[in-house]
Design a protein around this ligand. Structure first.
Ligand SMILES: [Zn+2]
Length: 237
């Protein structure tokens, strides 16, 4: 490659990096907006809860992958007036751009995995405990654990007692309309008493007693914090 060709290549390279960096920032913003739009389209609060619980962290990670790659491309513009050909500095800069992207994506995923669940939990609690509206437009009341049993069949009660499942029973006191919502406990993060993050999840369930027909009667739930690896004594929630 002649000096002229090498200069032309690096010049084209800088143009591509500039357009690419701007496009990737735009893409990250678009991904974020698409996610917010999808959340807004979910109709009920319960469905919103499930959607946000299952998707928010994944989508935010995708946003930061776009931003991390944008950072890599932007780093390739550093000192573009001095680097006019395929010199050593061109490759050193290339190396730092890859390292920079890795750092941005790695830190973002750490934050999203360990710190963010605490904030997400506040959002989820709000979705779960905002008073529901009945078919006739009345505000419904959430029953306590003791009050709700009359509305739950035997199977549901067994599930609540044995598995990491919670049923929320909402009742319209004027019309007696009832809404039952099912929450899967192993998908819900609890607060870790050791580190304070909402990263404590059931990581293993062990059957310690079975009914005559072989179905589990009592389970031992093993909780472990995804952040500090602290374990919680079984069944103490
Ligand atoms: Zn912890």
């Amino acid at each position: 490659m002649s000096l002229e060709e090498s200069k032309a290549f690096v010049e084209a390279w800088h143009t591509i990096m500039l357009i690419g960096a701007i496009s990737l920032v735009a893409l990250g913003i678009i991904v974020y907006l698409i996610y917010q739009f999808k959340v807004a389209l979910v109709k009920t609060l319960k469905d919103k809860y499930d959607f946000v619980n299952a998707n928010e962290i994944k989508w935010f990670k995708a946003v930061f992958i776009c931003f991390g790659m944008a950072a890599a491309l932007a780093i390739n513009l550093y000192g573009m007036d001095e680097i006019a050909g395929l010199s050593v500095s061109f490759f050193v800069r290339l190396f730092f751009s890859v390292a920079g992207a890795t750092l941005v994506i790695y830190i973002a995923s750490l934050v999203l995995d360990y710190y963010y669940p605490t904030r997400l939990n506040v959002k989820l609690r709000r979705l779960r405990y905002t008073p529901r509206t009945s078919g006739t437009g009345n505000k419904m009341k959430l029953l306590s654990e003791d009050e709700e049993d009359v509305h739950l069949n035997e199977g549901m009660q067994a599930e609540e007692n044995v598995f990491s499942i919670d049923y929320d029973v909402w009742v319209d006191e004027k019309t007696s309309e009832v809404k039952i919502e099912k929450y899967l406990g192993h998908l819900t993060s609890l607060q870790c008493h050791n580190c304070g993050f909402y990263t404590m999840r059931v990581n293993r369930e062990e059957i310690i007693e079975t009914n005559e027909d072989g179905t589990p009667k009592e389970l031992l739930k093993h909780y472990q914090c995804a952040y500090c690896k602290n374990v919680r004594l079984p069944n103490l929630t």
